[in-house]
Unconditional design. Structure first.
Length: 144
């Protein structure tokens, strides 16, 4: 069984990924990462699936991946999120995930992205709370 990578190590690996890119993708991913942390200071950075940066708060919020022509943010439960700014532009046919592909030179709607991050965190917290077993209050019998 593999040992999980510590949060500090995951953050260092993400830093390394950004530095290795050294082009618009690195700058874009670094900015998106800042926005994610601004939206939710309690977000946890993880490194999963053989090298995928993951941002979590009581469950996966999104992954951050870099490809030749896009920086991709895939929201684990994106299909359940409202997206009034229409940021989602990829993986739109699935029942669960939604993604945002950011291309070179594309301006990021920072306020809308932060709202989407906050909504994803809120959904995770709601689902976590909903899955907790409900305790029944013992009925009190009156002594006569």
């Amino acid at each position: 069984m593999k040992k999980p990578i510590s949060t500090e190590s995951a953050s260092a690996l993400i830093d390394e990924r950004i530095n290795e890119l050294g082009d618009w993708r690195g700058k874009t991913f670094a900015r998106v990462r800042e926005l994610i942390h601004e939206a939710d200071p309690e977000i946890v950075e993880e490194w999963k699936w053989m090298g995928t940066p993951v941002f979590s708060h009581d469950g996966i919020v999104c992954t951050g991946e870099t490809y030749k022509s896009v920086v991709k943010l895939t929201f684990a439960k994106g299909a359940a999120l409202k997206d009034p700014a229409k940021l989602f532009n990829s993986s739109l046919d699935g029942n669960v995930r939604r993604a945002i592909d950011i291309r070179e030179g594309q301006k990021i709607n920072e306020a809308a992205l932060k709202e989407l991050i906050r909504a994803a965190v809120a959904l995770n917290l709601y689902l976590k709370d909903k899955s907790k077993p409900k305790t029944r209050k013992a009925s009190k019998k009156r002594a006569k």
